[in-house]
Design a protein around this ligand. Sequence first.
Ligand SMILES: Nc1ncnc2c1ncn2[C@@H]1O[C@H](COP(=O)(O)OP(=O)(O)OP(=O)(O)O)[C@@H](O)[C@H]1O
Length: 350
Amino acid sequence: MSDALLRALSTVQDPELHRDLVSLGMIERAELRGDVAQVKVNLTTPACPLKGQIEREVRAAVLAVAGVRELELVFGAMVRPPAQPPLPGVKHVVLVGSGKGGVGKSSVAVNIAASLAADGARVGLLDADVYGPSVAHMLGQGSAKITANTDRKMQPIEAHGMRFVSMANLTPAGQALVWRGPMLHSAIGQFLKDAAWGELDYLIVDLPPGTGDVQLSLTQTIQVTGAVIVTTPQDVALIDAARAIDMFRKASVPVLGVVENMSYFVAPDTGHTYDLFGRGGSRKLGEQFPLLGEVPLEIGVREDADAGRPAVLAHPQSAAALALRGVARRLAGQISVRTLADLPEQLPVV
Ligand SMILES: Nc1ncnc2c1ncn2[C@@H]1O[C@H](COP(=O)(O)OP(=O)(O)OP(=O)(O)O)[C@@H](O)[C@H]1O
């Protein structure tokens, strides 16, 4: 490594982590070949929301070093696990919850997972909404069946770049589940621990709506990185979202951010924007939670879900898909912030 380049790179801060790239262990290579600098930066997540800014600042710093005429810059990514990973091979478990049903929690969970996977992360999705599992349908895998692998573990189903497990793929279609708390507790534990998740950067968990047994069970079974709250902007939804936030607080689960879904509607024929439920209402939940994004109500989101393809993949340029991509990247950023805040001053190079 070139000392001059490292000195220059140590003046560049990660904009979210407020620490320099060198002490964060993000510089894998910094070499001078003649007057060409070759630098490799490992971001803390492949879904880094501020990659463009980091790239600009690295360029400016390196090209200001005496004798450097050109920069060959490559990016990699390495998601850092917390001091205590939640499950072997799984770095982060993130819960997606809502105070009330029908606000689009599963849609948001599926699109966050698909978006992180599209950015290059290794992603799992656990459908813990055992009473109303809709993830399998939204991923076009409603009739797939979960099988056991040679170690007698549940083999997650692969779709759209992620692995997922859903009760819908274990029970015959159309049958209701009539389980009580202790059975649910053991089912969730099995989904987490007896599924062959393999190596994952993020395991996204779609919770049932509300504040019941499954939510508690999950927070007691493993150390989760945090929770995302999905809400719509009207007061009745926000009251329930506040209750969900309170539940996570009592269970010592950090709230990583809030997603305002069905935030507004743009009429496709006139282009007029309607704030059907009062856009921006989720700010009433408090300033302490980052707003991860405002996702418009869009017919395509529902159509894509029913066609079994996440909107972020099916119609990546739609306003809803772009908002959902932003949600996933901001969430990944928040996870890095949480994790690195708890790690030592000088991190090893990854
Ligand atoms: N932004 C959106 N625009 C249009 N339709 C949406 C949007 N978000 C969700 N939907 C649709 O609303 C319906 C409910 O969404 P979803 O199942 O994701 O909600 P949920 O909160 O998980 O529900 P439940 O709590 O009952 O499981 C679905 O048909 C979904 O396709």
